[in-house]
Design a protein around this ligand. Sequence first.
Ligand code: G3I
Length: 305
Amino acid sequence: ASTLAAAAQQSGRYFGTAVAANKLSDSTYVGILNREFDMVTAENEMKMDATEPNQGQFSYGNADRIVNHARNQGKRVRGHALAWHSQQPGWMQNMSGAALRNAMLNHVTQVASYYRGKIYAWDVVNEAFADGSSGGRRDSNLQRTGNDWIEAAFRAARAADPGAKLCYNDYNTDNWSHAKTQGVYRMVQDFKSRGVPIDCVGFQAHFNSGNPVPSNYHTTLQNFANLGVDVQITELDIEGSGSSQAQQYQGVTQACLAVSRCTGITVWGIRDSDSWRASGTPLLFDGNGNKKAAYTSVLNVLNGG
Ligand code: G3I
């Protein structure tokens, strides 16, 4: 197959990208989006600050632009993200206790209900574990409402959209030996054992020289899948260039293909110039929209080569 999406479909997987609403008027960008990808994640437009800028007043204009473009083009949508310590609207940032818990649950319910039937998978909770060696939860206003806030969010999301897969999504959870990876694993294990509705785990996969693709990546994905959840690579980008970058993209793609429950890969932007990283060249297309060596290596792996 000659596109990322068509090549991924050969093994029943998808290949997605993050999309920014303000780039949907850029014809080079939209041309690559329409041709290469069959899954779309809103880069910022479905976050809490975007969708509920004032408490109880929901705003879906930019998110709808992305969702409608994707669906009109026959692409599916990953929802990102219902509950997160970051990108909270100002009114929520200084809330606490029962008022915050109820506001969070209402947000989850309202947004997931609004998009009911249109979302393949929701990142229900994003980045709730601490960096470093503790393996525990990240401190945040949401965490301080009680350790059960994550399962409460998942239950609210399931009730609002029973057809969407519900994911926990985080970064630096790629290396099996890291405490953060183990902490997330134990939470998913606990959720599965107690019947908390969780269907998938998203691995953001933002790699750079300080956080390279680990040699045990396949082990990590397989161990999570063995808990009875799908795994997805949700925000892939890899700093670097040329053949070294291409080899790392190849390794990530091979790791997903080696795990039957790894259902797809999403890159976090289209061209290098679209990346959230202020500098660098972490994506599959250069600033002019030309395919890079990394693109070719991913396509070859998806094609079974
Ligand atoms: O739109 C405003 C613009 O009006 C304003 O002039 C400008 C000045 O700062 O800011 C613009 O908003 C920025 C927005 O990106 C759109 O470009 C925000 O400041 C900036 O904070 C925001 O950054 C986003 C970041 O999440 C926020 O947390 C990045 O685009 C987005 O790629 C990044 O994505 C995250 C995932 O959601 C979660 N995982 C990590 C990943 C990378 O950080």
